[in-house]
Design a protein around this ligand. Structure first.
Ligand SMILES: [Zn+2]
Length: 386
């Protein structure tokens, strides 16, 4: 056989393998799905009617992906699989939208319910202009969040709606990677019967970057928890000038301690109603203590700073944040910090939040600086701020 044909055949084989295997270059199944291949959506009264139309388009787009899965609307709040709200999300600083995914207590590869909230204090539109970087198109962002509620994590494929980070331009269609992702989870829709992989999924509780970085999340024994919620958010991108201007403190330092987690209730214990209407105001946080090595902006008398992160485990509840770096002791970090906001007041000492994704950075051994999506960041220079 000629070398050319060998190469051709090898290339085709590699292509076939790539198409069949989810990888770090494409869609990432979350490891959880709706067992009956459908999920009902309930729009809360906080959602403006013109947004509801845009969101309805987004759910239909997924229904037309060719997978054996459909979204449908319900007017019953109590029976809804997914609730959609347009409300303030001040417990998650700096985000445009957040999706919570509750795992079924008796079968961890099935969803119990999901909740999508678009941050009502963000800049939203249903009629975006050409340049849309700081304005979110309702349909685009909802299309991305609905991808999470059917069982996809962030994708690495350019052109996919599930791309990391999600597109902040208007994209009201799915990429081929998105379609392959939903077909991988639910199988291919057929007129006669459902065919396809309809795979048994392994729970993927990490962003691929966090996984390769050596996160310990997968080691946690989920059997110890009755209440498992996975949080994934779409952050509100800001310019690097605003990121620096808005920060009270920009520091480089070393993680010296990761403190136990607690709820943002007045007493730090679980809210009495974890599932009701009020439940989405509550969140679990944990504090990370940073020993300051260098201050790029701001002033503090202390040698350490407390940086608060979303997520953690309290008693039988674990809330896992997929979009932040799961900082470990001894990590070399650069943080764009700003002071506490109203809704997260539980603390004995002063603490800060970091701006999501853009403001939570990690310095790797080779001095490469990356954000929580593993993307290289090269614009952190002390001279910019002093
Ligand atoms: Zn996302």
């Amino acid at each position: 056989m000629k070398l050319k044909s060998v190469l051709k055949i090898s290339f085709c084989l590699i292509l076939i393998v790539c198409l069949l295997t989810p990888s770090v270059f494409g869609y990432v199944p979350f490891g959880c799905k709706w067992s009956d291949h459908r999920a009902s959506i309930y729009y809360k009264s906080s959602v403006p009617s013109q947004y509801k139309t845009a969101m309805g388009n987004a759910s239909s787009t997924w229904n037309q992906a060719g997978a054996n899965f459909s979204y449908y609307n319900t007017s019953s709040a109590s029976n809804a699989n997914i609730t959609v709200a347009f409300e303030s999300t001040q417990q998650y600083p700096g985000i445009a939208a957040v999706t919570l995914r509750w795992l079924n207590a008796s079968n961890r590869s099935q969803f119990d319910r999901c909740a999508i909230t678009l941050n009502s204090s963000g800049n939203w539109t249903t009629n975006p202009g050409l340049i849309q970087f700081f304005e979110n198109d309702v349909e685009t962002v909802t299309l991305h969040e609905f991808g999470h509620t059917l069982g996809l994590n962030e994708s690495y494929a350019i052109g996919s709606i599930m791309m990391t980070p999600p597109p902040f331009w208007t994209q009201r269609t799915l990429g081929n990677d998105d379609k392959n992702g939903v077909k991988y989870i639910y199988g291919v829709r057929s007129a006669l019967k459902s065919i396809g992989l309809d795979s048994t999924l392994e729970l993927n509780l990490n962003h691929e970057f966090n996984k390769s970085y050596g996160s310990t999340l997968n080691d946690k024994n989920l059997e110890n928890f009755d209440d498992i919620v996975v949080i994934t958010f779409t952050y509100q991108p800001i310019s690097k000038e605003d990121l620096a201007n808005n920060a009270d403190l920009i520091v480089r330092g070393k993680v010296i301690n990761v403190l136990p987690a607690y709820w943002n209730t007045d007493d730090g214990f679980a809210p009495s109603d974890k599932y009701g209407e009020e439940s989405q105001k509550y969140e679990i946080y944990h504090d990370v203590v940073i020993e300051i090595n260098e201050i790029y902006k701001g002033k503090t008398e202390n040698k350490t700073v407390i940086f608060r992160q979303i997520g953690g485990a309290v008693d039988n509840t674990i809330r896992i944040n997929l979009d932040s770096i799961n900082y470990q002791k001894n990590d070399d970090v650069i943080l764009y910090l700003y002071k506490d906001i109203e809704n997260t007041k539980v603390s004995k000492s002063e603490f800060y939040f970091a701006y999501p994704v853009q403001g939570e950075l990690l310095v790797l051994d080779n001095d490469t600086i990356v954000n929580s999506y593993g993307e290289k960041v090269d614009w952190v220079e002390r001279e910019q701020y002093i």
